[in-house]
Design a binder for this molecule. Structure first.
Ligand code: SIN
Ligand code: CO
Length: 380
């Protein structure tokens, strides 16, 4: 990770945010209102050529989609998309989308580092779209915050707060039935548009060779998170206490659920939830779980304590008592905790830090090195 690609400190004005500091952006815009930023990344150079984008779309490991608009009709095809499945470049009205590019390309992961003024727990992925002239995905809304960075060509955006979220029937995409745009903006390379969740938007490529990078965020859904946490906590629970009913009278209604059994169930759940440490572990494990379809390559070389960096696919976070990495949790305190927090925040450690680490910390780092979760830094 290079210093230049870190996010600005919270109170320092940032070109990326149109002169706002990250703190001002979070107070004024995040989850509240859009922000158009001209020249957010002046002189921005695309991370991948068109040929490289098309090559990625053909890979099994990369999630890709092709959207073609012809007349009033839309078609959607899921990848992998070999070159022969893509329409000719000159055919107007088509878009190819690549999801999670940061998981496959270090440069894309580096780009996301500039957005770490938002907690890692909220950052999702980098999606790249490529569109021919007139291509787009139709007027829609997303449930999550997004920064739309124009990489090549031009895109005409129309955006608006929407009250009617009904969708067109019989279309393979989520397209609004009635879109009421309030603003429009033409974005060129390096320009960026921030949209909060549920702001309707429609971006249409102007002139072809239009690529847009979506820096996307995630937010856990309450019911789903509760389910995942309970499952993990229950799996860890070492409580084999059996329900007992020595006072159960003989019953004339054998199908009726005993009230005492319901109370036993409530008590079981309350005991589970009362274990705040187990809850904290489960939360960290859930939030750092690698994405589906992601595998790490086990280390081929041998471990020697030295400067290191996290693999781009590694998710690492911490709380007051734990360190979480790729779906696992570890208790950490004192100097070990400080070291692991530095690694999680900076995603790298200097040689001196690793050499001075405790034997326990070194042994964990070695395990993570062997699993392919971190790598030696060749040119620290
Ligand atoms: C696109 O890049 O074409 C679509 C991005 C979006 O609207 O979320
Ligand atoms: Co969108």
């Amino acid at each position: 990770m290079t210093q230049a690609l870190r996010s600005s400190p919270p109170d320092v004005p940032s070109t990326l945010l149109g002169g706002l500091s990250p703190a001002q952006f979070m107070r004024r815009h995040w989850q509240k209102k859009p922000l158009l930023i001209r020249a957010a990344m002046p002189g921005f150079q695309p991370l991948l050529s068109r040929a490289q984008l098309f090559e990625l779309a053909g890979q099994d490991a990369v999630e890709s989609r092709l959207i073609v608009q012809q007349g009033a009709g839309w078609t959607l095809r899921q990848g992998p998309l070999s070159r022969s499945k893509l329409p000719p470049l000159k055919q107007p009205g088509w878009t190819m989308l690549l999801q999670g590019v940061d998981q496959h390309l270090d440069a894309a992961h580096e780009l996301l580092q500039q957005f770490r003024f938002v907690p890692d727990a909220r950052l999702d992925d980098l999606m790249i779209s490529w569109a021919s002239d007139g291509g787009g995905v139709g007027p829609h809304f997303d449930s999550y915050d997004v920064f739309l960075l124009q990489a090549t060509g031009q895109r005409h955006w129309r955006i608006g707060r929407q009250t009617d979220f009904s969708l067109q029937p019989d279309v393979p995409l989520k397209i609004l039935s009635q879109f009421d745009p309030e603003e429009e903006h033409l974005l060129g390379p390096g320009d960026m548009l921030y949209l909060p969740p549920r702001w309707a938007h429609d971006g249409v490529a102007v002139g072809g060779d239009c690529s847009t990078y979506s820096i996307g965020f995630r937010a856990p859904q309450r019911g789903g998170l509760a389910g995942e946490l309970l499952q993990r906590m229950a799996d860890e629970l070492q409580d084999e206490t059996l329900y007992r009913d020595p006072r159960q009278p003989a019953t004339a209604n054998p199908a009726a659920m005993p009230v005492a059994l319901r109370d036993f169930a409530v008590d079981a759940l309350q005991r589970l939830l009362a274990d705040r440490r187990s809850l904290a572990c489960a939360l960290g494990e859930v939030m750092t779980e690698p994405k589906p379809r992601i595998w790490f390559d086990e280390a081929s070389g041998s471990w020697a304590p030295g400067a290191l960096r996290l693999d781009r696919r590694t998710r690492m976070m911490y709380d007051e008592h734990h360190v979480f990495i790729n779906g696992e949790s570890f208790r950490a305190g004192g100097a070990d905790a400080r070291l692991m927090r530095a690694l999680a925040d900076r995603r790298s450690l200097a040689e001196r830090e690793v050499k001075q680490a405790s034997e326990d910390a070194k042994s964990l780092l070695q395990d993570w090195f062997e699993a392919g979760w971190l790598h030696p830094t060749l040119n620290p």
